[in-house]
Ligand binder design. Sequence first.
Ligand code: C5P
Length: 438
Amino acid sequence: MDVPSEFSSFFQRALEIKKIALSMKNPLVVHHHDTDGITSGAIVKTALRKRGIPHRMKVVKTLDERAVEELRKEKEIILVDLGAGNKMVNELGDVVIIDHHQTEGIEKPQLNPLLFGIDGGRELSSSGAAYAVFKERIDLAIIGAIGDMQFPFKGLNRLLLERAEEEGKIRVEKDLVLYGRYSRPLVQFIVFSDAPYIPSLSFNEDNVVLLLKEIGIETEKDGRARTYSELNSAEKRKLVSALVEVLMAKGKERLASKLVGETYLLMPSEVIKYPMDASEFSTMLNACGRHGKADVGVGFCLGEKGAKERAEELLLHHKRMIREGIKYARTSLNDFGPFYFLDGREKIDEGIIGIVCGMLGGLGKPVFGIADSEDGRIKISGRGTVGLIEKGLNLGGVLRGCSEKYRGIGGGHQIAAGATFPKENLNEFLLCLEKVRQ
Ligand code: C5P
């Protein structure tokens, strides 16, 4: 890959990290449980497997004290999509870190775009960094970036995307950005649109059926439900115009203008038989990881038998939980001044509290949500917007700072961050979040 000079020192460091990682005899690969963590883990696994290097895989939700304790007995560790934000890793054996989270005080060898002036929150995910190291599975690097919502693709992400297109792994198209273009029956495609939420159509099947009838689009062909991808271009145009009209009539011009955008289609490979929308792949991986089955996600990435079917089941469960979480959040969101607050304890699973907060976004302030975590601790997730970052928001910094003060462990990115802390510190922790004001 031709590398522009602005990225040459990053790729130089990637080579050094590759050398260290591939010199390990039997490393434990520790990766995060979300889409970017799963794809990163799968990239590392591909590289080790190809070279016959024995290794083991371990998924970690949060690299907290307990997780670090369990790693103390390990001689060689490759940390991917985690490690950058936790100085405790300095106490471990031979460690190499490939991460894009905010970092401070790490003495172990690390590849992190942030250390090279590359925005790890928006311009390179961990799977992109893992690709830079091992040059394996560029499709997974793109899926990881999508999982971390690094839109629009720019900087190093854009370079990787162009490379993936050149290699015929991905096709970039301008199209409707709703989820399920290739996989969902047309009616469900619109009914289950929650990002964006289309007033009067989302979660209203009768209205969707009526709209499709009005614009003359058949929902079935040869006794089988059609998907959006099976419509001809005139039908697609008609549908897009109708959806834009609905949003405009409700005063949602901004959403209407975002209805069509860049979409990424994964080309058939040893992993998938048919073209598949990369964001659908990404959501399936997230569904696996957020519900304790990141190993299924890694298996799916690697094309292992039965993994896709299992991931599809997990996706159904995931979508149902998100729908329920959003429903609850709509009536339970509190305005706490500098931010909105959602108390999801006993209602929303800790694995999806961040996703729910993200879907409530666009309210002009950051959204924080809490859920029950293990051992009586509390999980908190924060989500912001690009507009808020431009005004100085840094959720990763805030959650890391408050965690240090109140016996928690936290960090992340400017736009999305998380932490866990003891429940007796809840009030102090929430007061500490006032810092998002700055
Ligand atoms: O868990 P959640 O989805 O809210 O996490 C948002 C972002 O913050 C993720 O990128 C995650 O890796 C990061 N995070 C972190 N340290 C934590 C919790 C989350 O760096 N303790």
